[in-house]
Design a protein around this ligand. Structure first.
Ligand code: F6R
Length: 332
């Protein structure tokens, strides 16, 4: 599976994804069919790889360029706003794609309005399979003219002990899915440093917190949710006031990542993550959850009492959180 993507290495050992780069190059010069052909081949050969899915959604966006309006509100299926927890609003969209496009539009509006005022926007970003369509939609908006020049980003987390060039590093994921395709200034991108030696970890975590503070705090934080209710890598039993720190990954989280790493034994056992308190400091939070497998934990996050056993319940304490769900993940 890996060979399709990583066939050349630079002098630092960083891999280059040849097939996706080719697909991207073809797309840029208007050879959409050639691009689609490569992606279709990848879909056949590596249907479970997130990179395949990112390319698929990204191309689909381009192929649908003629759609009159990209706003979900123009869809015949209106999202249903519903309240279960008085604090947590959720919106159910017909598909994960519609939810992702709605969030991409919200982010685009924020970026544009801040640009008009000559101000920056600070985005908190997540990784994993859930935000892939969001990033594809943002790349698509960039190709239609949206500039990310005034955007500063902070990622939620990074595995500890793997190089940036590792194909499962979040650094790699973010560059492949988003940063390589938009004009965000590289110096505005922040991802927790996963290769920090143990004796420097406290300082690295404190520096991450400082950088967020110096940027003026996070305007909009994108979250996914783990099957065990984690947000970022704040595993069950995380206290609410935690800041960026090292977290021991929980057995369920390691199991969920096992496939991508070619076995649970290869999954890093620790990560650096923004703390619960860091996340709750964001001015607005949008949590994305898609698919049947998330329905149970979403229901619990919406209905259970706030507890460290289910870190996503802490969101009930935040004044501006919305869950964007597809039908399958929606509470029954
Ligand atoms: C990733 C992160 C995690 C994921 C969660 C869901 O940066 O912080 O909390 O959002 O594990 O992962 P997926 O989307 O792969 O189901």
């Amino acid at each position: 599976m890996v060979d399709i993507y990583r066939t050349t290495y630079d002098e630092k050992g960083a891999g280059h994804y040849v097939a996706p780069r080719l697909a991207y190059a073809y797309l840029n010069i208007g050879l959409h069919d050639a691009s689609r052909q490569i992606v279709d081949e990848l879909m056949k050969e590596s249907p479970n790889d997130w990179r395949t899915w990112f390319l698929h959604w990204w191309l689909r966006g381009t192929e649908e360029q003629d759609r009159k309006s990209r706003r979900v509100n123009s869809s015949p299926h209106q999202p249903r706003p519903t309240m279960i927890s008085p604090a947590l609003t959720h919106r159910v969209f017909p598909t994960a794609e519609a939810a992702s496009e709605a969030l991409a539009d919200e982010i685009a509006e924020l970026i544009r309005s801040r640009a008009a005022e000559g101000r920056q926007v600070v985005l908190g970003l997540a990784t994993g399979s859930t935000p892939i369509r969001l990033y594809a939609a943002l790349v698509h908006l960039h190709r239609q003219g949206l500039s990310f020049a005034n955007v500063v980003t902070f990622n939620l987390d990074e595995y500890l002990g793997i190089e940036r060039s590792h194909e499962e590093s979040y650094w790699n994921f973010m560059h492949f899915s988003l940063f390589d395709h938009i004009d965000v200034p590289p110096e505005n991108i922040h991802i927790p440093p996963g290769t920090t030696p143990d004796e420097e970890l406290d300082a690295a975590c404190a520096a991450y917190e400082n950088a967020i503070r110096e940027a003026g705090g996070i305007d909009l934080q994108v979250l996914g949710i783990g099957h065990n209710g984690h947000i970022g890598f704040n595993e069950p039993s995380s206290p609410p006031n935690t800041r960026t720190r090292v977290m021991q990954l929980n057995e369920r989280t390691i199991r969920d990542a096992a496939n991508a790493f070619g076995g649970a034994e290869n999954v890093p056992k620790r990560a650096i993550t923004m703390g619960v308190g860091t996340i709750l400091d964001a001015r607005r939070i949008v949590l994305l959850a898609f698919g049947e497998s998330k329905a149970g934990i979403v229901q619990r996050a919406l209905t259970e009492e706030i507890s460290a056993n289910l870190p996503a319940t802490y969101l009930q304490n935040h004044p501006d959180v919305t869950l964007y769900l597809d039908q399958a993940a929606a509470p029954r």
